[in-house]
Design a protein around this ligand. Structure first.
Ligand code: OOG
Ligand code: NI
Length: 462
């Protein structure tokens, strides 16, 4: 990249900040969430819990207050492919494939995010990006109207399209271009209260699936939530309830642990918003839509395939005995079932490392009894190497399904939908999605190699 160009990390950080500012003004309760999470994070970092979390100082701790993810839902393959090019300008790559059809949600998804350790440390902003599966609308007439509405819209401004092309041909954007790019791209995610479809079509789409109505009826893929990261989600959940926010009944993901793994999430329910629908005589018809909500998350260690398989098995075990009721009536019993299932998952960093359950970054520790060999176990036992968990940067399909559902009005939907495929999704995107495990393993290996090199040099010098 030529010197005069703005770094993708700086563009992403500016974009993430601009999104946060826009969402704060659109959904004031999000601002309340950010404030309470910031204060809880400050408390945790000042307490001795911070030590136990073993976060990498200056890397995992520095980024927390500006860390968040967002979510959008796109209507067509062309929108997804273009969105991929826009995110690439900000250093965000598609990672992972999530098939939500198993939970009767008619989308499949990926997460756009930075992938290198340095870039994640600079700013880890991610966007959970879903593509609607229109083929799941059964009524051919309704499907055709939905397709026509999507074909007629252009979700990117001319400026956003032109600057994305410029970034691709000139290998980046100048600081001035980057500034314009951020404000142009922001327009795509803005809320529009004016629908593009008439009230009757909207009702029919709602009846087919609320999510389909949300994607198809508006000018663009309004950001539907923005999620700050907290270091203590249980404290944040109580604070949310105390602040009068309509919090979701249970926290999704693993139970509370001393050594957090993967991702725990909770949300406040979607707001009922006033919208207007155009009618044939040129007047507007007032209506309502629930679309946007708030979410908080706590991130823990990324798990290896072995750790992930254990997580999936224990979660399935708990959920086979009890499923959280949407009204929260069995929330305590569900938490107990989770806790008891997860006793089989070691809750100690060293044990998780030795059992190959999670990924770690190694740092050099200080020790007086340096072992003779560079054997990993000996180095860890002697304290010559220390462990810091590689933070999980991705999402969880069961949790995502729970988040989607809590915001679709908690309707019971037991009709399973045809499974989709990663191939179809990648064809729409125009490129493959990265494998998250490969990325985490690379971060672990690189950090180990760097430490061993330093120890070797120190040994040679001694
Ligand atoms: C996305 C829901 C998934 C998460 O944090 O798991 C998600 C959506 O509702 O569009 O954001
Ligand atoms: Ni989310």
């Amino acid at each position: 990249m030529p010197d005069a160009m703005q770094s993708p990390n700086a563009i992403r950080a500016a974009f993430s900040a601009a999104m946060s500012e826009m969402y704060r003004s659109e959904v004031p309760a999000y601002g309340t969430l950010v404030d309470l999470v910031t204060s809880i994070n400050g408390d945790v970092l000042a307490s001795d819990v911070a030590q136990r979390l073993a976060l990498t100082p200056g890397e995992d701790t520095a980024r927390i207050s500006q860390e968040r993810h967002g979510a959008i839902r796109l209507g067509t393959a062309a929108e997804l492919a273009m969105m991929g090019r826009v995110f690439a300008v900000m250093g965000m790559e598609p990672v992972g494939y999530y098939d939500l059809s198993v939970a009767s949600v008619p989308v499949h998804s990926t997460a756009f995010r930075p992938i290198a350790r340095e870039d994640l440390a600079a700013n880890p902003f991610r966007v959970f990006t879903s593509l609607l599966r229109l083929e799941l609308i059964e009524d051919p007439n309704l499907r055709a109207r939905a397709e026509a509405a999507l074909a007629a819209r252009e979700i990117f401004t001319p400026g956003a399209l032109a600057l994305t092309e410029r970034a691709e041909t000139q290998g980046g954007l100048t600081p001035r271009e980057a500034e314009t790019f951020v404000s142009e791209v922001l327009e795509t995610f803005r809320w529009h209260a004016d629908a593009c479809l008439d009230a009757d079509t909207f009702s029919e789409l709602i009846a087919a699936h609320r999510l389909i109505a949300d994607v198809v009826s508006f000018k663009g893929p309004h950001i539907n939530h923005l999620t700050p990261r907290t270091l203590d989600i249980d404290a944040a959940q109580s604070a949310m309830v105390s602040a009068g926010l309509p919090a979701k009944a249970v926290v999704e993901g693993p139970p509370r642990r001393a050594c957090p793994i993967l991702l725990r999430q909770t949300a406040f329910k979607a707001l009922d918003e006033e919208v207007r629908f155009p009618s044939a005589d040129g007047t507007w018809v007032a209506g309502h839509h629930t679309a946007r909500f708030g979410e908080i998350e706590q991130r823990g260690a990324a798990l290896t395939p072995k750790g992930r398989a254990l997580y999936d098995r224990l979660l399935a075990e708990a959920r086979a005995s009890i499923l959280p009721a949407p009204d929260g009536s069995n929330a305590d019993a569900y938490e107990d079932a989770l806790k008891s299932a997860f006793r089989a998952f070691p809750d100690d960093w060293h044990a998780m490392h030795d059992a190959d359950l999670a990924y770690f970054k190694y740092t050099l520790g200080e020790t007086d009894n340096m072992p003779d060999s560079l054997d990993l176990a000996a180095l860890l036992d002697a304290g010559a190497l220390r462990l810091s968990p590689v933070i999980y940067e991705d999402f969880l399909p069961v949790s995502a399904a729970g988040i989607f559902q809590s915001n679709l009005g908690d309707e019971a939907r037991d009709t399973a939908q045809a499974a989709s495929s990663q191939d179809t999704f990648e064809a729409a995107l125009g490129r493959p999605v990265a494998d998250e495990f490969v990325l985490y393993a690379a971060i672990q290996e690189r950090s180990l190699r760097a430490c061993l090199d330093q120890l070797r040099k120190a040994g040679a010098a001694a």
